[in-house]
Design a binder for this molecule. Structure first.
Ligand code: SAM
Ligand code: SF4
Length: 467
């Protein structure tokens, strides 16, 4: 039986957040420097600290913020960047979200729910490119018997074998579910359940969502409570930047994380930071009411990095390659690559009329990987934690004392080496091997020994090795 807490966002106090924004509306250099010093201790920040950083405007202070974020990012994540691909399996939708091309009244989009054969075909293409982690995405109207279509899609993806490889972790971005449906999702071995609140500002939410089940703000904002009650302890938060004031939204997101920490002992596993992109047939998407400027976007990423240092930050192909490069330095730890946002888009590259929004980065996975390698990053396809059951609080308990990098660093190198041996062009492989060699030099002896052992296993033919 649902309690109020499982269906309502009782933790969201919009008045208190507006007050907090007002209290910090003037930049306070002394206080900002105190917060930056606190952030370097890697224990995260309180709401008032976050508000103070979000108000920062002067270029000098911004540079100090960025330097601190770079240091924290380097300390916790090193040079690792996790890669994944979205798989859009249906664009049927019963909602009317004004910013999205999939909304039900939009006649400019060709509707398509992929069959299981088509989902398998898309998966095969992504496996051939070297992907190991997928994000399944769909509109909110499933053909046939509802959630069963989603569960079948998950089973189908996991069952595909291509060249001796299969998808090792499926995350999902789906509409809110009941506790019972979340339990089913968990039984089908999903990794992270991802859902974006879009906006935490109730009047804006009402103005942007005109029809369908998504109109119910509270049902959406209480989704993670129900997911966690059902045993899904890796949840991915996010919101759509551009609908309302980004400072209010970020503090509300922070309240949401706090609520989960208080109730379940663990906040969110990842935060996504999409900005509204142009979408066919959407005026809101062409002219977002509170468009977030590039400078503020980078301040946001740096602030999140300091506020929740152990939470992954995800950036999708919505952003241009140039913005992604800066965002990676400041805090982003996961990116999608070679993405299509139209169901069947990997098999049929021409069918853009079914796409959800325009992409900012059109490069293939191979191009993104080569570029990351050249910039000294280690692309990672690691799924070690999920496969060892280190999720939710267990993950955070290892992450917070700084122990997780003893796992992540070797696992990143071994999965990158798999990619280089199995999928890379000779040029990309040379760049990648140099990046691995550099990384090994930088490691402490113990972690280097574990890494070398894993690399040796991969080089002598083993696959899917992790610690
Ligand atoms: N239909 C489900 C829902 O709305 O939660 C899940 C899939 S929906 C395609 C995933 C996300 O796409 C939405 O939560 C929204 O934030 C994002 N999105 C929609 N329109 C967008 C646009 N024009 N630009 C960028 N992101 C957009
Ligand atoms: Fe449907 Fe999700 Fe797009 Fe809204 S954001 S129209 S629910 S697919």
């Amino acid at each position: 039986m649902d309690t109020d807490m499982d269906t309502k966002a009782l933790w969201l106090d919009a008045g208190a957040i507006e007050d907090c924004v007002q209290r910090h509306s003037r930049e306070d250099p002394g206080r900002i420097r105190e917060v930056l010093a606190k952030a370097r201790e890697l224990h995260g920040l309180a709401m008032e600290d976050v508000a103070c950083l979000l108000m920062l405007k002067s270029p000098d202070l911004r540079e100090e913020l960025f330097a601190t974020a770079r240091a924290v990012k380097e300390e916790i994540y090193g040079r690792r960047i996790v890669l994944f691909a979205p798989l859009y399996f249906s664009n049927l939708c019963s909602n009317e979200c004004l910013y999205c091309a999939f909304r039900c009244s939009n006649r400019e989009v060709t509707r398509k729910a992929l069959s299981m054969e088509e989902i398998a075909a898309e998966t095969r293409i992504l496996l051939k490119q070297g992907h190991k982690r997928l994000l399944l995405v769909a509109g909110e109207a499933y053909p046939g018997s509802g959630i069963d279509y989603v569960l079948d899609a998950i089973d189908t993806v996991y069952a595909v074998q291509e060249g001796g490889s299969s998808i090792r972790r499926i995350n999902v971005n789906l509409a809110p579910l009941t506790v019972e449906d979340f339990r089913e999702l968990k039984e089908h071995q999903i990794g992270t359940f991802q859902l974006f609140q879009e906006t935490y500002h109730r009047p804006t939410y009402a103005a942007m969502h005109l029809a369908g089940p998504k109109k119910d703000f509270d049902w959406r904002a209480s989704s993670f409570d129900r997911a966690m009650l059902a045993g899904i302890d890796d949840v991915g938060m996010g919101l759509l930047y551009g609908l309302y004031d980004w400072r209010f939204e970020t503090l509300a997101l922070f309240s949401h994380i706090h609520h989960l920490e208080e109730r379940f002992g663990v906040g969110c596993h990842t935060i996504s930071v999409p900005r509204i992109e142009p979408a066919c047939g959407s005026d809101v998407a062409s002219r977002p009411p509170h468009a977030l400027a590039d400078d503020d976007f980078l301040t946001l990423i740096a602030t999140l990095r300091l506020a929740v240092p152990y939470t992954g930050i995800i950036l999708s192909t919505r952003e241009s390659a140039a913005t992604r490069k800066k965002a990676l330095e400041l805090g982003v730890s996961q990116i999608s690559a070679g993405s299509r946002t139209n169901p069947g888009g990997y098999a049929d590259d021409e069918r853009f009329e079914a796409a959800q929004f325009q992409l900012g980065d059109h490069r293939s996975l191979a191009e993104v990987i080569e570029d990351l390698g050249r910039n000294g990053y280690i692309p990672s396809f690691c799924t070690g934690c999920y496969r060892s059951g280190r999720t939710g609080k267990d993950f955070m308990d290892l992450a917070k004392p700084g122990l997780i990098k003893r796992k992540c660093a070797p696992n990143a190198l071994s999965t990158f080496e798999e990619y280089l041996l199995d999928y890379a062009t000779p040029a990309a492989r040379a760049v990648g091997e140099d990046a691995i060699a550099l990384q090994l030099q930088d490691m402490d002896e113990k972690v280097r020994a574990i890494s070398e052992r894993l690399l040796e296993k991969v080089r002598s033919g083993s696959r899917d090795v992790y610690c």
